[in-house]
Design a protein around this ligand. Structure first.
Ligand SMILES: C[S@@+](CC[C@H](N)C(=O)[O-])C[C@H]1O[C@@H](n2cnc3c(N)ncnc32)[C@H](O)[C@@H]1O
Length: 261
């Protein structure tokens, strides 16, 4: 089942939460010269046009990145703001970086990127957006399988983002054993999982399973009003195993900002 397409949701409130923390972590990790591995299991198309008909149909960016910028949430030297500025300079004022483009904006030529995307059209768009970047490997297929085969990567410093579309119960059930297995073989990796806060809390058993294995992981959630009446998503969550030092204060800052919505 591959019904989900992120271009309807790019730049929404959940993206602001996820991408602000991701950009912050990548900035932290690239302060040391030592190269690193960036692995992403559910990449999407990498680069979005907020003026595309799909994005305009939902209008979710208006209450997400557009509102955050109008309110000055991110100073120009914030890693998320720097990545946005870089992408807009290259692709126009309504371009919006998905997580692969955010990562590509921050990583150095010595770093390595592995990205997987299963949807054929999304994968083709991802290849067009990022395909010729040095050190990049794209997989058209299941990202969990890619990561199980790859890990641990040769460059041991690194971060993995797991950002499924949660289209069914199996998506939730697969995550706790997957993270436990990756951590066993790649214990130094920063493992990052995004999940939606939906009515009925379908994420709760998944989160309980993750907490049993990773009692020290950072779990950061922000709530927000639904983007339109009847929309099921009322917040965004991130689990970070091996959280980079100092991330708690950026997470607390975001908690305060989202509370104003
Ligand atoms: C939430 S979107 C990713 C958004 C992206 N990480 C970002 O922040 O810009 C989830 C993506 O996962 C893809 N997908 C679903 N199941 C997958 C799987 N098993 N392996 C790889 N990609 C998958 C979907 O086609 C969709 O493009």
């Amino acid at each position: 089942m591959l019904g989900y397409q992120h271009l309807y949701h790019a730049g929404n409130r959940a993206d602001v939460h996820k991408h602000a923390l991701l950009a912050w972590m990548l900035d932290y990790l690239t302060r040391k010269d030592k190269p690193l591995s960036y692995v992403e299991t559910h990449a999407g198309r990498g680069l979005y046009d907020l003026d595309a008909p799909e994005a305009r149909r939902t209008g979710e960016a208006a209450g997400g990145i557009d509102l955050a910028e109008a309110r000055g949430w991110f100073a120009p030297d914030h890693p998320y703001a720097r990545a946005l500025a870089q992408i807009r300079a290259q692709h126009g004022p309504r371009a919006y970086p998905g997580s692969p483009a955010l990562a590509a904006a921050r990583l150095r030529p010595t770093d390595r990127m592995w990205l997987a995307e299963k949807h054929p059209a999304e994968h083709a768009a991802l290849a067009a957006a990022l395909g010729d970047r040095p050190g990049l490997r794209l997989t058209h297929g299941c990202g969990l399988q890619m990561a199980r085969a790859l890990c641990p990567p040769t460059l041991r410093r690194g971060l993995m983002l797991v950002d499924p579309s949660y289209e069914g119960a199996a998506d939730y059930a697969a995550i706790p054993p997957f993270l436990a297995r990756i951590h066993r073989v790649w214990p130094v990796a920063v493992l990052v999982l995004w999940y939606p806060l939906l009515h009925g809390a379908p994420h709760a058993p998944m989160l309980a399973g993750i907490r049993r294995t990773f009692p020290d992981a950072l779990c950061h959630e922000v709530g927000f009003p639904p983007s339109r009446p009847g929309h099921r998503m009322t917040g965004s969550g991130m689990v970070v195993v091996n959280p980079p030092w100092g991330i708690e204060s950026e997470a607390a800052r975001l908690t305060g900002l989202f509370a104003t919505l």
